[in-house]
Design a binder for this molecule. Structure first.
Ligand code: SF4
Length: 453
């Protein structure tokens, strides 16, 4: 996995890359307008951050409280240490219910665990019911954004896809027409499914209930028509009290799309008569991340996607260039925690401008963690050449004499060296950069000469 290579591929289509950039920026603009309409926005962010700090410091306690309350409410609770265990638990429930087709609403966790291919390999038909998710599922692609999975596609792409899959009119790009076609198609799937799978946005320790937020109502439709609801939840999604929701719900949708609130914020507390709710609590590397002092507060993330919408790299290189379930700035600090070697290029996919940290509703210091990961990665997988050149640079910067001497040497060298030394295929630095014109003298010489004037 190499972010620079994948990004280069995406950037080959300049017009598309520019369109992607502008589309995401439009959403960032909406987020700004929406957040500015709330005078206490910064207070809300501080509060959300403090609540999540408390949760991370007492995660064991809150999880036990949550489980005890959920059990009391009649929910069946399962624990999964990793993705494999999560997938086996879900398949086990489906086999017990003799279920061969399920409907699923958007869940980043199930993407992270690669649940769809696992179930399909085991003979289960999986239908993603979020419109964007269904579109990328038809294309056999992963989502390119955690909130807007098909944001990389244009109306004309979807029109062609629906013509092929749903037999819509050729060339009809009307969003209402296409959405209606998807609605009819999905309705059949909803009516036939005995089991519905959802993610979880917030689990409330105090009451044992959990919340699923959607804009399309697809989670509710699936769950209410099915006999069994399987909810998959990362263990960091806990909040202590129901009243904390007031803080998070106000921040979540505004940060994600600029809406005041998601259209559906559905509470699930206990199963209806004759039905079952299974809750699968998943670790999959989260406790390892919690133990990393410098990176643990990445677990505060509420998956709003605002850091992606604002990131100049994400906007220009697209979600697929990250090769991870969660792309963008937050993905670049979560993924190396799962596999540092595989995702070693991601923390470098940033300008470190800090815009991600500025928009994050739970105040994660994303850009600082990106910088920390760079140091970790260089320590573990640093290239010998880079290590040597850094040592050389360190020696030069430490000694005024060496600094002056190398400065004067370089000023001469830049003027006389043939261009091919800098601009050649072996030196990727020179691919997109020009050397400045060498000054006649150093700043120190200039200063000494002009000081008395
Ligand atoms: S890191 Fe912050 S801005 Fe990015 S998705 Fe998570 S909560 Fe949203």
């Amino acid at each position: 996995m190499s972010h620079p290579k994948a990004a280069t591929e995406f950037l080959k289509d300049q017009a598309n890359s520019q369109w992607h950039d502008e589309t995401l920026w439009m959403i960032r603009d909406k987020r700004d307008a929406s957040s500015k309409s709330i005078p206490e926005w910064e207070e809300l962010r501080n509060l959300a951050s403090a609540i999540k700090d408390n949760v991370l410091s007492n995660l064991d306690k809150y999880l036990e409280q949550f489980e005890a309350q959920a059990l009391k409410n009649g929910i069946i609770v399962h624990w999964a240490k990793d993705a494999a265990e999560h997938n086996q638990i879900v398949l086990g429930i489906l086999q017990e219910k003799n279920c061969q087709a399920i409907v699923k609403s958007k869940s980043i966790l199930t993407e992270e665990c690669h649940l769809n291919p696992y179930l399909e390999k085991n003979g289960v038909e999986v239908v993603d019911t979020d419109l964007g998710e269904r579109i990328v599922q038809f294309l056999q692609q992963p989502p390119s954004h955690i909130v807007m999975p098909a944001i990389h596609l244009k109306k004309r792409d979807i029109s062609a896809l629906f013509h092929e899959k749903l037999h819509t009119e050729k060339g009809n790009e009307d969003p209402t027409y296409l959405t209606n076609a998807a609605r009819l198609h999905l309705r059949e799937k909803f009516l036939g499914a005995k089991v519905a799978i959802t993610g979880v946005n917030f689990g409330i320790a105090e009451t044992g209930e959990f919340l699923v937020c959607t804009n399309e109502g697809n989670a509710d439709m699936g769950v209410h028509l099915a006999d069994v609801h399987i909810a998959c939840m990362g263990i960091e999604k806990i909040i202590p009290r129901r009243k904390d929701l007031g803080v998070f719900l106000r921040l979540l949708a505004r940060s994600a799309t600029g809406q005041p609130i998601t259209n559906y914020s559905s509470h699930f507390r206990s199963p209806a008569t004759g039905k079952e709710i299974h809750l699968v609590l998943v670790d999959n590397g989260r406790t390892r991340q919690l133990a990393r002092e410098k990176f643990k507060n990445s677990l505060k993330c509420i998956r709003c996607g605002a850091c992606m919408n604002t990131c100049p790299i994400y906007r220009r290189s697209g979600g697929f260039s990250y090769g991870s379930t969660v792309p963008g700035p937050i993905g670049s600090i979560l993924s190396p925690g799962l596999d540092m070697k595989k995702y070693s290029t991601l923390p470098f996919a940033s300008t470190l401008c800090g815009s991600c940290s500025d928009v994050c509703p739970v105040k994660i210091n994303i850009h600082e963690q990106l910088y920390e990961w760079r140091q970790e990665i260089t320590k573990h997988h640093g290239k010998v050449g880079k290590g040597l050149s850094m040592k050389l640079a360190s020696g030069i910067f430490k000694s005024p004499l060496a600094y002056q001497f190398s400065g004067s040497l370089m000023r001469k060298a830049i003027k006389s060296l043939p261009e091919s030394v800098i601009y050649n295929p072996l030196n990727i630095w020179g691919k997109s950069r020009d050397l400045p014109k060498a000054p006649k003298e150093s700043f120190q010489d200039w200063y000494i000469r002009n000081r008395h004037e």
